[in-house]
Design a protein around this ligand. Structure first.
Ligand SMILES: [Zn+2]
Length: 433
């Protein structure tokens, strides 16, 4: 698609100046936002765009980003509720993962990305196995993907094999499609790696200038086991090994000290806050306000979120902040939306995402507030977006329409049916009917 005109929506710019254009336009060319403004200042020539979407009464804002996912675990997202992380790993995840074929990962990823598109997610950072399959689906889907292999040494997983897979993934997929697909290294979790292994990963990251996606301080058990191996707390270890930088995504960071928060803030590392997963697996609550007050770059990770959407993470972050920190409310819906739409945290592929402003990538979602979900649209539009459940109607990524009026254009319905059958067969084999 060469040029698109979004005509007459309410434009929620997220440009940091609280700017909302009630009857506006957005003009897109070659994947970029070229112009934004009020409808009465619409340049006449924009009306000759290749595609004109009439969006009267609709709302547009930057698409949502999930900073920590495991697409192949989509079928398990509400299995084992109430188990702790290690119980869940042993009884739910590992029996599934240790037998997961590349074909099954491909189909699970199709389902997961389909759900993401329906929920307005335009970019995600995924860490798992069979990532070549995930990369193929990501490429087809049109979404922005940051991929890494979970590198670990435990049970049937070998450090050498997973590291080799990650490097191969990097060689094959990094920078594909004008940088829409990128690859990081994925040291899964410090408790599953030795000092020598972590040193090697750090060396490769440094020499090749590859970013890192890592689980850290997710549970107290993780902190304890990391201390047993490394004699320090997880974030301190990451710092010591040179693995904290603006090219790092730290998933969870629930159990962190003030000193560790300072390290994260200073390094500009990105934190994937996963409140839904943290609550389901009884991991704990991340000290969100303490991190925000130090300007830590935070976004949300959907991890094993049953509804597979970023907005429900933002909502739970609001509720848990209220219970953790009390009155007055310490975080605003606007700030949570900034986190949800990729304004703070960054990874390769979304550097120009997060605002509806000239020069930014055209990664945009269209919301419909006219149904019962979404109604009534209150005077505070940020609250309405966050809490009303307005439906996502259209999704545009780098100037490509990925979903149009609720219909996903890049993954067809037959593929989804086939994917469901394949995965159901697998689940029945492992867990019984
Ligand atoms: Zn995870």
């Amino acid at each position: 698609m060469v040029s698109i005109l979004l005509l007459n929506p309410t434009v929620v710019t997220m440009n940091g100046e609280n700017e909302i254009i009630r009857e506006g336009f957005v003009y897109i060319e070659n994947g970029k936002i070229i112009d934004v403004g009020s409808i009465d200042k619409l340049p006449y020539e924009y009306k000759y765009s290749d595609l004109v979407l009439n969006l009267k009464n609709k709302v547009v804002l930057p698409g949502f980003v999930s900073y920590h996912t495991h697409l192949s675990l989509f079928p398990l997202r509400f299995m084992g509720l109430g188990l702790t992380l290690s119980e869940w790993e042993e009884t739910v995840a590992w029996p599934y993962e240790s037998t997961l074929t590349p074909e099954e990962s491909l189909y699970a990823s199709k389902l997961a990305i389909y759900a993401f598109i329906k929920n307005g997610v335009v970019a995600f950072a995924d860490m798992h196995f069979n990532m070549d399959s995930v990369a193929k689906v990501a490429k087809e889907s049109g979404l922005i993907a940051n991929l890494s292999v979970a590198i670990l040494e435990t049970g049937s997983f070998s450090y050498e094999k997973t590291l080799k897979e990650n490097i191969e993934l990097y060689r094959k997929w990094n920078g594909v499609d004008n940088g829409r697909i990128n690859v990081y290294l994925g040291p899964c979790s410090l408790r599953y790696l030795s000092r020598e292994q972590l040193s090697e990963i750090a060396l490769i990251a440094k020499e090749e200038n590859i970013g890192v996606h890592v689980h850290a301080s997710e549970t107290l058990d993780d902190v304890r086991r990391t201390k047993e191996k490394f004699n320090k707390r997880p974030i301190e270890v990451l710092k010591d090994y040179g693995l904290l930088s603006e090219n790092t995504i730290i998933a969870h960071a629930v159990w962190v000290t003030e000193k560790e928060i300072n390290y994260i803030a200073k390094s500009k590392a990105n934190v994937a806050h996963c409140p839904v997963s943290n609550n389901i697996l009884l991991s704990g609550n991340m000290p969100l306000v303490d991190m925000v007050s130090k300007n830590v770059r935070i976004g949300f990770g959907t991890d094993i979120n049953p509804s597979w959407d970023v907005i429900s993470e933002a909502r739970l972050a609001y509720y848990t902040t209220n219970t953790l920190y009390g009155v007055p409310s310490r975080i605003s819906p606007y700030m949570l939306l900034e986190m949800a739409t990729g304004n703070y945290a960054k990874f390769k592929g979304i550097e120009n995402h997060g605002k509806i402003a000239k020069g930014y990538d055209a990664n945009i979602v269209v919301l419909d507030f006219t149904g019962i979900r979404g109604w009534p649209r209150t005077s505070n539009i940020y609250e309405a977006i966050l809490f009303s459940g307005a439906s996502i109607e259209t999704v545009i990524v780098r100037g490509e329409v990925i979903m149009d009026s609720g219909e996903v254009l890049t993954i067809n319905a037959d593929e989804i049916r086939k994917a469901k059958k394949t995965i159901e067969r697998k689940l029945n084999k492992i867990y019984g009917k």
